[in-house]
Design a protein around this ligand. Structure first.
Ligand SMILES: Nc1ncnc2c1ncn2[C@@H]1O[C@H](COP(=O)(O)OP(=O)(O)OP(=O)(O)O)[C@@H](O)[C@H]1O
Length: 697
């Protein structure tokens, strides 16, 4: 089954006005259910984009309606052994916490308290229906991921270590938080007490956009353990309130908040990359690049996953809303395997006959896949008696390695046959290969062959582009700087972003590299070299694309399909010109060499990109004039700038209008100006050069 993605549009808040509403729900073709979100194209308001979801809930939807429709039906699955994950996703201030936690009044309670209420009710019913044969225990864990570190919310804040709790991958593929506490929870009252107490430990700080903004991802795990005789079934419901992405230009965040914000934005960026990679069927999913994505393990976790996309209906969120609509509409394509957790059997008490001080104990090792051995659910469903594993642990001697059981798997048979270079009749291998070869011989051969096959496979897979020794050396040096402990946590985090940026850049992933450099910026505010890198990458990306392409705002291609298609011919001509400019600029790029302290690469100079990128952060009359013209929001004045036609000028003014009033939404730097949709590096350069040529300096 795919991830179920539903959208919820929140009502207008006190200061928001109806005429700013731009997001609306619509019905699909059958006209019955509302499962479409409509939003205007920011570049052409007469055109609307439609996004289809599994369900869309409008402003009037109550907490109860949402829970009854989207969460309640999965309680049954939870008790039949499936894990259920519900997570809220969206920009800051769109209603994630309201949806997941809700208010204190009964009607305002969100998904989490209602989920617990449903769990206790069902547990009672199961116990009653089985005349007490089945008992159900509920236990809670609650933790947050703050600045990419995991903290237990059920433990007092004083107990936290600066590095937080580590993550561990379990044999069954699940990622767990090592050392996380778990509290038994008898009833709703118990839960409320724990939950309210824990929430006071959660890091929440006010941002300009949302007075009670959550600055961390909060994850509540509800473990349900059903015991009947010696059978134990465990399943987990996870309710996740993700922190919201935010545009720091809109939030006036201070330095500490910028760092938090960078960590939040980074993890959400990684999440969107994971979603993209899964949707495209790629082999490498970048889960490991953030703790949140490791824990969420989208598409890796078995069970049921529901994503609630929270949306604000108003214009000031326009581009952010489009971006999250894009990410979540791709999440619909993620397939999740619905596999029930296995039943585990309690151990019968061990015989003490072999105990005694003279006996050397052998280490206990779990049988391979011990708790996955029994597929009792399937067996019982088929009406067969449930096979029980004889024991969950086996004793092995350390001296002689156990002989591998003759295996009937195709690969092993092939491996043995290939290893002996004489194809063995299948029946013989299955009957008794030990009669043909010694145990150790077989084991050595199988091991050798399997490693050969694996090595061959690894080599035949597309190897990542080989990094030059020089680049490797620099990356290693950067990693050492991060790990040598001389930097405080915050600085290390910044260096980590730089490291990731360089890795992306070396792989030719310029957009991701740019994002990472931008995320490093709050850690090194005003750092000229870093700003220069950002500028150059922006120019490079812009030159590599059509000037008009709004991709710089991270709108995905599928949203912009129509407008882009219309101007394909014109675009390709322009792109050729841009490519020339790009190649010239590339030859001029001193980025890597400067870093390594080497001389610049020589190449043809670009005519199109004349401006020295380092100039862009300087103050001066040209810059001041350019920004004054832009901030005038006067289309006729802006049109007077070189390279800005009426359409670009209108788009720019329209965009600035979405950023608030003239004082609040002022563009202060060229970096900001270049980040505006449609204002790629070349456009800004031309405008700047036009002013220089006109004598403004
Ligand atoms: N469905 C709704 N009905 C009424 N009020 C709502 C609804 N959704 C959100 N709100 C209100 O909108 C404001 C922002 O909501 P909330 O704090 O839940 O946003 P958020 O997405 O969790 O933000 P952040 O990511 O910053 O924590 C709050 O005042 C909340 O009460």
């Amino acid at each position: 089954m795919s991830v179920r993605v539903v959208a919820r549009i929140r009502p207008l808040l006190e200061k928001e006005i109806d005429r700013d509403t731009i997001v609306r729900p619509a019905s699909n073709d059958d006209g019955k259910s509302s499962n479409v979100v409509k939003i205007p194209n920011p570049r052409n308001e007469s055109e609307e984009f439609s996004f289809t979801f599994n369900g869309v809930y409008d402003q009037s939807t109550t907490q109860e309606q949402l829970f009854t429709a989207e969460v309640s039906p999965h309680l049954k699955s939870l008790f039949s052994g499936l894990d259920v994950t519900i997570f809220a996703y969206g920009v800051t201030g769109t209603g994630k916490t309201h949806t997941m936690r809700g208010g204190l009044k009964l009607a305002d309670r969100g998904v989490i308290p209602r989920l617990l209420s449903g769990v206790f009710r069902r547990a009672k019913k199961i116990s009653k229906d089985s005349d007490g044969d089945t008992t159900v225990a509920v236990a809670l864990s609650y933790y947050e991921i703050y600045n990419d570190k995991v903290f237990d919310l059920l433990e007092p804040v004083e107990k936290r270590t600066p590095s937080g709790l580590p993550l561990r991958a379990e044999a069954n593929g699940k990622t767990v938080v090592a050392g996380l506490s778990e509290r038994p929870c008898q009833d709703l009252k118990d839960f409320e007490q724990l939950y309210i107490e824990a929430n006071t430990n959660r890091v929440t700080a006010a941002t300009k956009l949302n007075a009670h903004s959550s600055r961390s991802h909060a994850i509540l795990r509800v473990k349900v353990t059903q015991t009947k005789g010696d059978m134990i079934r465990e399943s987990t419901a996870s309710a996740i309130d993700l922190a919201g992405s935010e545009d720091n230009r809109r939030t006036d965040n201070g330095k500490e908040r910028l760092v938090e914000s960078a960590a939040i934005n980074k993890s959400l960026f990684v999440l969107s990359q994971c979603i993209d990679a899964i949707a495209r069927g790629e082999r490498r999913i970048p889960f490991r690049e953030s703790k949140m994505t490791r824990i969420l393990s989208l598409g890796q976790n078995n069970g049921i996953t529901i994503m609630i996309l929270n949306l604000a209906p108003i214009r000031s969120y326009h581009l952010d809303t489009l971006s999250s609509l894009n990410v979540s509409s791709r999440a619909k394509r993620i397939e999740v395997r619905e596999i029930e957790n296995e039943i585990v059997y309690k151990q019968p008490p061990r015989s003490t006959a072999t105990s005694g001080s003279s006996i050397t104990r052998q280490p206990l090792r779990p049988l391979a896949n011990a708790h996955n051995i029994n597929t009792g659910v399937a067996a019982s469903a088929a009406g067969k008696p449930i096979d029980r594993p004889a024991k969950a642990f086996s004793v092995y001697t350390d001296k002689a390695k156990p002989a591998p059981r003759p295996t009937t798997s195709k690969h092993s048979r092939q491996a043995i046959a290939e290893a002996t270079q004489a194809p063995l009749p299948i029946q013989m291998v299955e009957a008794d290969p030990l009669r043909l070869l010694g145990l150790n011989q077989i084991e050595a051969m199988v091991e050798k062959k399997v490693s050969e096959i694996l090595a061959a496979r690894t080599q035949s897979a597309h190897p990542p582009p080989e990094l030059s020794d020089e680049v490797k050396r620099r990356l290693e040096a950067l990693e050492r700087r991060i790990d040598d402990g001389r930097h405080d946590d915050t600085r290390s985090e910044g260096l980590r972003f730089l490291l990731m940026a360089r890795q992306h850049k070396e792989r030719g992933e310029n957009a991701s590299a740019l994002k990472m450099y931008e995320m490093a910026l709050p850690y090194f505010p005003g750092q000229a070299k870093l700003l220069g890198k950002i500028e150059k990458l922006r120019a490079r990306i812009a030159a590599d694309r059509d000037d008009q392409n709004v991709e710089a705002t991270q709108l995905s291609v599928d949203v912009l399909e129509r407008p882009i298609e219309k101007k394909t011919k014109k675009s390709s001509r322009r792109r050729e010109a841009d490519d020339d400019a790009y190649n010239g600029a590339e030859a001029d790029d001193d980025d890597d060499e400067n870093y390594a302290g080497k001389s610049k690469r020589k190449g043809k100079k670009s005519k199109a990109v004349k401006m020295d990128p380092e100039l862009v952060i300087e103050e001066g009359p040209v810059l001041a004039t350019l920004l004054d013209i832009v901030n005038s929001r006067d289309v006729s004045m802006i049109m007077g700038l070189q390279g800005l036609g009426p359409k670009k000028a209108r788009d720019l003014v329209q965009y600035l209008e979405t950023q608030g009033d003239k004082d609040d939404g002022r563009v202060e730097t060229l970096v900001q100006l270049r980040s505006i949709p449609g204002m790629g590096g070349r456009t800004v350069d031309r405008a700047y050069e036009g002013l220089v040529a006109g004598g403004v300096c």
